[in-house]
Design a binder for this molecule. Structure first.
Ligand SMILES: Cc1cc2nc3c(=O)[nH]c(=O)nc-3n(C[C@H](O)[C@H](O)[C@H](O)COP(=O)(O)O)c2cc1C
Length: 366
């Protein structure tokens, strides 16, 4: 089945002109004019990182995938994934699960947190999730996607969206079917990650599939896959004509991708636009990120979890490796503060980073 043929397609397209626009406006002025979103990224897109991305200009950020089963059992750690910092004015919550009744109950619970969208995960390739019939397992049963969306819609007035992959594997590309099932059941937006389940996160993302779906769909289509720079994001918007671009790995260690996109769209305030990206700014943003993480996770957990972020923030800088070697042992704010200072100094002084690293070793021994 390929959806929307002939006159049905024409009617849907006419409808789409108003519908898509009004939906994007409901995401706020920012969503309508600079539709660049932080993707759901398990282990990364928590309250602290989303707040940083929102401050830098992301129009909308998604929580990482949240287990519907754990949520309805009242699992405290799972509920923490729904926390949002006040600077993040709006967010989308992503749920995963396989049972329509459970997903409906979870959607109802999540609604109390005020998301602008509740997203159904149909893309996770992790074997444990697939064995439970969730994530990308759903790609094999479009009718089940429809049942889940219908059940979720019945439980909340928050718009439901669905995040798909192109198919299970290269021999079963079926995004037109899965998207149709979701849209017919009432999904208000579709994200298409242009890879199959079999590809995981490697290989090239199929932007042509995103373009095809965006050209046919009566609801907004957001593209995902291989957006590693602001130029990639603009290029995805232009070549696929999609309604929004999701940035995943491209934002890790580089939330500045959102400020860059704002600047390209002429939306950044003059002060920030004039500030070139330097280790000083990166270090200060990283410090802000860690401060927020501590607020939500407590110092020890936040510091341990921040190690991967620190490594990502300093990636590609001459001497970054020496700093990362220290970061992988950091478990207090004080230890990180010393590292941030050293990182800032890369900008200021001609001191080699090896010297900075030796200073740190001396400080740690003292
Ligand atoms: C570490 C990691 C965790 C992810 N977690 C989620 C998730 O929780 N939910 C989801 O729908 N996609 C998840 N994704 C997929 C991303 O949202 C995105 O679709 C994918 O990485 C393709 O974009 P990219 O090639 O620009 O990274 C994850 C990807 C990575 C690399």
């Amino acid at each position: 089945m390929f959806f929307l043929a002939g006159s049905r397609m024409r009617r849907a397209r006419e409808f789409a002109m108003n519908h898509k626009t009004s939906f994007l406006f409901s995401l706020g002025e920012e969503g309508g004019t600079a539709p660049f979103f932080l993707a759901p990224v398990a282990g990364y897109s928590d309250a602290a990182f989303r707040a940083v991305c929102a401050e830098l200009g992301a129009a909308l950020c998604y929580t990482e995938m949240v287990s519907a089963e754990a949520l309805i059992r009242g699992h405290a750690k799972t509920k923490k994934l729904l926390v949002r910092d006040p600077v993040e004015r709006q967010y989308a919550v992503q749920l995963f699960g396989a049972n329509p009744a459970t997903m409906a109950k979870a959607a109802e619970i999540v609604s109390a947190y005020g998301p602008v969208l509740i997203d159904l995960n149909c893309g996770c390739p992790v074997p444990k999730i697939i064995r439970a019939g969730a994530g990308s397992a759903l790609l094999r049963t479009p009718e089940r996607i429809g049942e889940i969306v219908r059940a979720m819609r019945g439980a909340t007035s928050v718009p439901i969206s669905v995040k798909l992959r192109t198919g299970w594997d290269q021999n079963s590309i079926n995004y037109p079917d899965t998207a149709s099932a979701a849209i017919e059941a009432g999904a208000r937006a579709i994200t298409l990650h242009g890879r199959t389940r079999a590809q995981g996160y490697s290989g090239k993302a199929d932007w042509e599939a995103i373009r095809t779906l965006a050209g046919q769909s009566p609801v907004p289509v957001f593209g995902s896959g291989d957006v590693f720079s602001a130029q990639d994001a603009i290029s995805m918007l232009r070549t696929t004509d999609c309604d929004g671009v999701m940035i995943a790995r491209g934002a890790i260690g580089n939330p500045f991708i959102f400020s860059e996109l704002r600047a390209l769209a002429g939306q950044t305030d003059a002060e920030r636009a004039g500030e070139p990206l330097s280790p000083r700014i990166i270090a200060r943003t990283a410090a802000r990120h860690l401060g927020l993480a501590i607020r939500y996770l407590g110092e020890r957990t936040a510091c341990i979890e921040f190690r991967k972020h620190f490594c990502a923030y300093t990636k590609g800088f001459a001497g970054g490796a020496a700093l990362r070697a220290h970061a992988v042992r950091c478990s207090t704010l004080k230890e990180y503060e010393a590292l941030f200072k050293k990182f800032e100094d890369i900008a200021d002084s001609s001191t080699s980073v090896e010297a900075a690293s030796n200073d740190l070793k001396r400080a740690n021994r003292a």
